[in-house]
Structure formats: C-alpha cells, structure tokens
Design a protein around this ligand. Sequence first.
Ligand code: EPU
Length: 342
Amino acid sequence: MQADLPLLHDFSLASLNTFRIPARARHYLRVDGAAELDTVRRDPALAGLPRLVLGGGSNMLFTRDFEGIVLHMTGVGKEVLGEQDGRILVRAKAGENWHAFVQWTLAQGLGGLENLSLIPGTVGAAPIQNVGAYGTETRDVFHSLTAYDMASGEVCTLGAAACRFAYRDSIFKHPEGRDLVVLDVTFALPASWSPNLRYAELARAVEEAGLASPTPQDIGRTVEAIRRRKLPDPAEIGNAGSFFKNPVVSREHCARLLAEFPLLVHHAQADGSEKLAAGWLIDQCGWKGRALGAAGVYPKQALVLVNLGGATGEEVVRLARAIQADVKAKYGVELEPEPVFI
Ligand code: EPU
C-alpha cells in the first residue's frame, strides 16, 4: 500500500453518519481532491476494494461494518465565478457543509438556494440525491459539476443532462455513474431573483409572517423555522431526513384509493401519474411516534425514522420493513427507502 496516503484502519463511522449507527470502516481516507483518488486508483492493494464515497453521511444507513475503503470527501472552498447569461455562477467543493454554503450565498446577496436551507449533508451530495425541498430541487439551480472517474482516472465535467436528474435520483445512483466521484459543483443562481413560493406550506408561512416583499434571507429563515418545527435535528436525535420517497402511482390506482380514503394526500404529476404523501400513509397506519426497539418513528413527522439511542442499522431496517408491510397491506403501495443501505 502507498505509504504516502494517510490511510486509517478499523475506523469508527459513528460520528460520520447522521443516524449515528456505530459502524466501522476497514480503511478510511480523507479526500481533498483528485490527487488522493488518483493514488487510490493506482494502488493495486486499494484499487480493487469496495468503495464508499462519504459526504455528510446524512443519507445512508449502515447495517454492517464496511469491509472496504471509505473515501470521505472533506475538500472545502467556494467562490463566485461571475455572471453568465443572466445567472450568477457559484462553485463549491464537495466537502462544503450544505447549509453553511447556502448561508454564504445569501450573505453574498445571492438568492436561489434559500428554499434548500438547513438540509443536512454536503455540497457534493446535493446532485447525487437531486436534493429538494419546499419547491426547489438541486437541478433547478444546477450548472455543472466536475467528477473524478475511478475507472479511467480522468476528471470530467458533467452538465445537467449528463447527470440525468429525477426525483431524488441521478446517474450517480446507477451503475453508469458508479465510478464517478463528485469533486465540486457549480450552481447557476438568478441574477434577478424572485421568491419561489410554489410550496403551499412555505407560501402560507411567509404570509403569516407578514413578509409582503420577502428577501432571499427572509425565505431562508422561514424555511429554517418550518424545518425546525417538524424535523429532528441530527445533532440531537439520529436520523436521515425522509426515510421513504413519496410513492408515485397510476391515476387509476389513486382514484381507487380516493374512493375508499377521501382524505388521501396526492399531487398530480406532469405525466398523469399521482405522487402520494408517504408521511400521510405511514401516519394513517398508526406508526407515528411508535418504536421497535431503539428505532422509532418521529412523533412530529411520520416520514422520518429516528435512532432513539443505541439503535443498530438492523433495528432501523426492521422498523422500516414493518412500516412497508402495513402500508402495502392497507393501500397496496410499495414504499421505497430514500437512504442508501450499506
Ligand atoms: N403528513 C401527515 N402525517 C405526517 C407527515 C405528513 O399526515 O406525519 C401529511 C402532511 O400533512 C402533508 C403530507 O403528508 O399533507 C406531506 O407531508 P410533508 O409536507 O411533511 O412532507 P413531504 O412534502 O412529502 C417532502 C420531502 C422533504 C422536504 C419536504 C418539503 C420527500 C420524501 N420528502 O416531504 O424532504 O423537506 O417535502 O419540501 O420527498 C428529505 O428528503 O429528507 C426531506 C426531508
């Protein structure tokens, strides 16, 4: 193995995943940029190992120790690149904390990311998950990213089309993108900003706060307040945000459910399908606030599973499977987990 790499062994990941599951990594490396990845790729003892790229650890559930190499993306740095076609380009390295980055753009007087305030995780993870909240998705403000290709050893630039963004999805979650490690992300923010109040709950909160002509900072603060009210702070209670994606069903399936459950929460999609609220389905099955062992359903938001203290990954999986079975039995709907299971 390369002696010049600060590789650590049998390394605890407990503080590096927001669920705070006490998993360990066989090998662990802090990665600032392409140079370390290049060294790993060229080292015969490391190149063939299973790899796990880690950002803020806010979207993964460890069900076992990781018998490979964890590449922890810790490179930081951010800059305003300038204006292009009526948009301001801003670039940040993968290891930047997402919320701190959002706040920094707002402090520069740049709007566009405020609806994505307080989302746990790092800049590098935002495009992988096409992170979204309160009416804005990463793809709406995305310009391009650079990634290191662990197969070819090349650094490549990907635009939005190449990233194949979809709901909580991108090429990086599929086999074709498996070798790509995001190094930095460039965002395109509007030079002339107007608030995005498409999400009803946010529009209501802005109105209630008496914000007639809100600034990007006002919207950011409002989003933070909503999130603090409903979502557990991972610094206090281990969790990974929404544990399930909102399921999409056919119009016919939705109509059948509505006949039986008139209060069903649903949103028509552009392609004619219907997106259901997983939180509502789980709540209706009576799971809100319940627990199995040390894994529980957050009492204020049924979409979020929490570590009540000392939970193992298997305990969280057991709870998730029980919820999935109940929702399937009552509504005929399959809930798909949002975090990656390791
Ligand atoms: N609901 C209940 N009971 C609950 C939770 C929700 O009845 O315990 C109902 C709500 O009243 C509402 C509906 O279900 O009518 C939807 O609930 P909510 O607005 O809380 O959640 P969501 O809109 O489905 C999504 C994202 C969140 C994101 C919010 C805001 C997913 C899976 N979740 O939630 O993302 O913050 O919208 O945009 O897409 C995340 O991905 O980690 C995440 C937190």
